[in-house]
Every structure is written in structure tokens, then in C-alpha cells.
Unconditional design. Sequence first.
Length: 418
Amino acid sequence: MQIDNNQLLRFTTAGSVDDGKSTLIGRLLYDSKSIFKDQLLSVTNISKRKGHEGVDLALFTDGLRDEREQGITIDVAYRYFTTPRRKFIIADTPGHTQYTRNMVTGASTANVAIILIDARHGVIEQTKRHAFIASLLQIPHIIVCVNKMDLVNFEEGSFNNVISQFEKFSSKLLIKDVRFIPISALLGDNVVNRSKNMDWYQDAPLLHTLETMHISSDLNKVDARFPVQTVLRPQREGFLDYRGYAGRISSGVFRTGDDITVIPSGFTSKIKSIDTLDGELKEAHAPMSVAIILEDDIDISRGDMIVRSSNIPVISQDIEVMICWLHNNPAKPRAKYTVMHTTNEQKAMIKEIIYKIDINTLKSNYDDDTIGMNDFCKVKIRTTKPLSYDSYRENRVTGSLILIDDATNETVAAGMIL
């Protein structure tokens, strides 16, 4: 299978505290030679001051001073690196229960979730929590890295035991693609290079798996959705009558000549041309940024959505959403919030709390009508004007939204439309 060398893959790491997430990322960066010399020198000096014999790989990602002092990750640390085959963005997310919201933030745009499990402890409550969040966020691919294999003498039986535990639990979740890799992040086994200590494992190491994973088919290519970000009117010589609608295609494919409908007005037209910085295209697809020119002059502004006339999204003011509450302050009953959905911005209120999910047991609690930090709840919200959306399961872009507190302008919740 041919991989586009310029293709970007976003992945997030999750696991219980001290399962080795930061060490794994440090090993990936170190062994793939993706660390700058000054950064390597700085981490080497810090490692010496701490009394470590070699380089403490976890320090490459633990950027906050508090994290370095405590030896834990408490914020989402983003790292970027490139190999000859692919570009990567890593989101190193916290393991503590109280930082669940940070994992939601880091995982919301990920193609792949790497869940670390300590080979000695197997699947624990934190593992279940992270797998559930990955499932809820519809992350297409999950790689379960069974870490610290060196502490169980690289035994295949310990690896198979973790696989059995995880598969028993994950059968209840909506996970499409799960892969298992036995690793030692500390020693580098099966991270970038194949392990000589585990010759019983015949599949590829982690980096090769990430480099060759097919992610193009993860995009929704059926539902053509184009949220308008701005209207281009140059009004200069050669472009006096130019009117282009600029934005990023959320999903699907648009072609010259397509019959389109503008939501929410319902006006219809045809695509006259599709422009980019590199010139005109006959066809454009997600996630390309383009300017669409229509055959008719229609009143379109930021927040409107151009869709193919034969495939209209749901349009409604009453929406059922699974939200993760991100703020320290609890949700206020019937308080007004601003909803940000694609390029659309509306006022909204939480009408009803349907149920709250116990993140440990995955059971629904219909009696608790409070929403606090890190809570997952199914709620009904009502917007002042209709939103055009798809379910999150079908489209992660048009099926997601955030709530903003009008008084403080702080983001208080991330939501997945059901």
C-alpha cells in the first residue's frame, strides 16, 4: 500500500500514571533522530542532575516545570516529528482521573489512540476509562502497547493475557480497529526497532505501524459539507465581479457542476469553479481549503454551509449531545451558552440532562442531574437558530461542538452530537 509522504497522522497517548507514556514518546523521538541537539543537551543535563545514568526520555515531553518535578504529565503536551514516510503530531495526555478533560482535548482530532498497559498489572480502571473515551470520540484506530515487557521477562503469556483482558472489555465498545504490540519503552524494544528479546512477536514495531497505517479511508467521503468561513470579494482589476466562498471542506467531495444547496437559507445553485492558491480544480475533497464560486449570486455569509442538494444534513434547534464538562465550575441550570459548531456561532441552553455516565462502570445514571468537571452526560440543548449537523459517528467535524460561557468566554464543554 502506497503512503503519501506528506500525509499527516495525529495520534494521542493514554494510560495510567507511570505506565510510560512520556518515556514511549521520548523513545520514539530519540530513536527516530527527531530531537534537536540543544534539546538533547538540555535533557541530558537535567537527567544528570537528577542522578540518572542515561537520558531520561520522559523529559522530552514533560514540558511543564510541575510535571518535571513530580514526574507526571498534567497537561496535553504536543510534539511534532517527521520521518521519510509521514508527518506526525503527538498529543501526550495525562493519566490521572482528574485530567480526563485533557485527554478529551488531545484525542478529539486524533487518527490513532495509543493506549499503554503495564504488562504486570493488565487492564485496570484507567485503561477502561481511556478505551471508553477513545470509543466515544470515534478514534478510528487503537494501538494497545503492552509496556514494561522487560519486567515480565518478555514472556508471551503475559502479552496474551493482556490481549484477552482488553478484548473482553472492548467488545462492549464501538472500536473499529485494534492492534496489540508488546514493547519496552525504556529499552526500546518494538518501538522504533524490532525487539530481539521477543522473537515470538512477528508483526511490525510501533513506528512502522504508524508510518504504514492507512487513514485516508477514515474520512467521510459521502456527505459533502463545506462550512463557509468568509466571503472573498477582492474588487480589484481582473476580479471586480469575483465572489468566492472560502473555507475548509469538512467531508465529502465537491465537483464543478454539482447541484448545491445553501443551509439554512435553502437557496440552490451550481458550482461554477473551485479555486485554490495553486489554481483552479475540477474536484476538491476533505480536508482541503478552497474557495467555491457559484453560478448564481446568493446571500451567503460565515456560518452558512454549502452541501450537495441530494444529501442534506439534519437541521434542528433541539439537539441531543454527549458532552464532557471541561470547567471547574459546574453547569448552571438553564444557563445560556454560546455554541461553536464548525464556523457557526449560536446562543444555546442546556434544556435537560438525560443521564450521566459512570466512567468506571460505563453504566448510565438517570437520577443525577448535576454536571461537574470531567463528567460525561447525555443532554438536550436548544439553540436560538437551527444548526446543520450530522451525527458524530458519521462525521467527526459536523457532529462536534463546544460550549462557551458567555460571562467568561471560557470553553466549558466539548460535545458529540448523537
